[in-house]
Design a binder for this molecule. Structure first.
Ligand code: SAH
Ligand code: SF4
Ligand code: F3S
Length: 477
């Protein structure tokens, strides 16, 4: 767990992908179909990893592995890892230490590291963490059966080759830990942006878009299985671009969004993440046109200061960001939810520049944000070119100020929702009581209300009568 994020963030209204962004683990549900071996898989990092774990489980299911939620039952333990901040990697190393305990009790246990840490550290992970038998990067999961054969034969196995084509388009994910209401659909992989602080382009490789038809097929399949919401996933969804092999058909993100919205009017469509440099008015008008596309945009600003944004290589400045926010408000209205990611204490950030971040937040009035202090990552542009010169205490103090500002704004935005009716898709019981249900409104906010006769998967009109920083409360009407 990224301790600072956990300690300082108010995170009670997070969606699964946002919980994932805060580096939480997720343990699988059981498949229990009587297969000979059992897989236990934990995911760290972003929603892409959560989605990839579902692909991995599907590949291994065909290889004779059922999934288990009990590590003691497992023959194979996989950690799907994240490298985004140093803390994320430390969490995984600590976890490997704990897993060592199980391996001592069960010497045949195979331990594998997947995902971004596998890609970043490659073979050296085998030397650094003796307990690891298997290291597999994000584009090599189809090779898992061969790699496991090698491990079964007493070898250690590594495949960290990145691909320009792999999208796992034809693999039917096994939905792990899903509430049966909402599911992720991965629409692209990799990232071609080179934000100077970010390790993702190195761990995930070049950007590539998945065949639009396979995306639509997956959405249709989910509807058949009773799902009510899909989230289209990519590091930068606005640059989605797919062309058929003969070049007669091209699909951009706005067009894909429209096609997914048309799959079924009762299927809610969400997407993440939008990049401020790429989000177009065409996308905004498509969101406006369809009731089932949620009026909510995760638009990470990272900083409110143009000089810092340039050093971050975000390729937009403060004015550009604010222009995009103005376009969202003009086209989709004041009620459209907007959230952000923020980094405090990036290289050379001055006190005034930090104040610019706070004033940008005031201008936009984000509904919520995911906030971090800068953590230098080896090999990135910033690590090579810039000095990580802001003292840790200063980074933490600035981060705390950003978090306090966000708390203030979240409360302000939530208070605007009181007295209004919200369409809520029910996801589960409330954490505190089975007499209450929990769901989300269009803007992605958690709404809690008395259960009455409603159930998971229902759309319910809820009159909101109270709120906290992270949650809306109301009654069905
Ligand atoms: N593709 C998404 C971000 C994915 S990473 C985008 O462009 O917005 C999620 C968030 O982690 C980033 O938005 C950023 O705020 C944070 N992050 C990435 N690298 C970081 C680093 N080195 N230190 C601190 N936070 C970082
Ligand atoms: Fe990282 Fe930037 Fe790509 Fe997001 S857009 S994944 S922050 S390089
Ligand atoms: Fe982490 Fe990799 Fe996602 S670094 S945030 S798991 S793309």
């Amino acid at each position: 767990m990224d301790a600072l994020v956990k300690d300082l963030n108010f995170i009670d209204n997070r969606t699964p992908e946002e919980a994932a962004a805060a580096c939480e683990t997720q343990v699988t549900k059981e498949t229990n179909t009587g297969k000979t071996r059992k897989l236990y898989i934990e995911s760290y990092g972003c929603a892409m990893n959560f989605s990839d774990s579902e692909i991995v489980s599907s590949i291994l299911f065909k290889e004779g592995f059922d999934t288990t939620s009990e590590i003691e039952q497992a023959d194979l333990v996989l950690l799907n890892t994240c490298s985004i901040r140093e803390k994320a990697e430390q969490t995984v190393r600590n976890r490997l230490g704990q897993i060592n305990y199980f391996k001592r009790k069960k010497p045949g246990l195979i331990v594998g590291v997947l995902g971004c840490m596998a890609e970043r550290l490659k073979k050296s992970l085998l030397e650094e963490e003796k307990i690891v038998d298997l290291v597999v990067g994000p584009d090599a999961y189809r090779d898992l059966p061969n790699l496991l054969n090698e491990v079964d034969g007493g070898q250690k196995a590594v495949n960290v080759l990145l691909s320009r084509e792999e999208t796992y388009a034809n693999i039917n994910p096994i939905r792990l830990n899903s509430n049966g209401v909402s599911a992720f659909i991965s629409i692209m992989r990799g990232c071609d942006n080179m934000c100077s602080f970010c390790v993702v382009p190195f761990t995930r490789g070049r950007e590539r878009s998945r065949d639009a038809h396979s995306i639509l097929q997956e959405a249709q399949e989910l509807v058949k299985q009773g799902y009510k919401e899909v989230t289209l996933l990519g590091q930068n969804v606005d640059s989605y671009k797919w062309a058929s092999e003969d070049g007669t058909e091209t699909v951009n993100f706005a067009q894909l969004l429209e096609r997914v919205a048309l799959v079924n009017p009762y299927l809610r469509v969400r997407f993440s993440t939008s990049h401020p440099k790429d989000i177009t008015d065409e996308v905004l008008y498509t969101i406006k046109k369809y009731d089932n596309i949620c009026k909510y945009i995760h638009l990470p600003a990272q900083s409110g200061n143009s000089r810092v944004l340039e050093l971050m290589n975000r390729t937009y400045d403060r004015a550009w960001y604010l222009n995009r926010v103005d376009a969202i408000r003009a086209i989709l209205g004041e009620d459209c939810g907007i959230s952000s990611d923020m980094i405090s204490g990036f290289c050379t950030e001055t006190e005034e520049e930090h104040q610019d971040t706070l004033s940008l937040m005031d201008y936009v009035q984000f509904d919520y944000s995911y906030m971090f202090f800068y953590s230098e990552r080896p090999g990135t542009l910033a690590a090579r070119k810039l000095e990580d010169d802001i003292p840790l205490e200063t980074k933490k103090r600035r981060l705390e100020e950003v978090i306090n500002k966000q708390r203030e704004l979240s409360l302000l935005r939530n208070k605007r929702d009181v007295g209004k009716v919200h369409k809520v898709l029910v996801e589960n019981f409330s954490k505190k009581s089975k007499d209450f249900l929990s769901g989300r409104n269009d803007q992605n906010k958690v709404v809690i209300f008395p259960k009455m006769h409603y159930k998971k998967g229902d759309y319910v009109n809820v009159l909101v009568n109270d709120c906290s920083v992270g949650t809306l409360f109301g009654e069905a009407c």
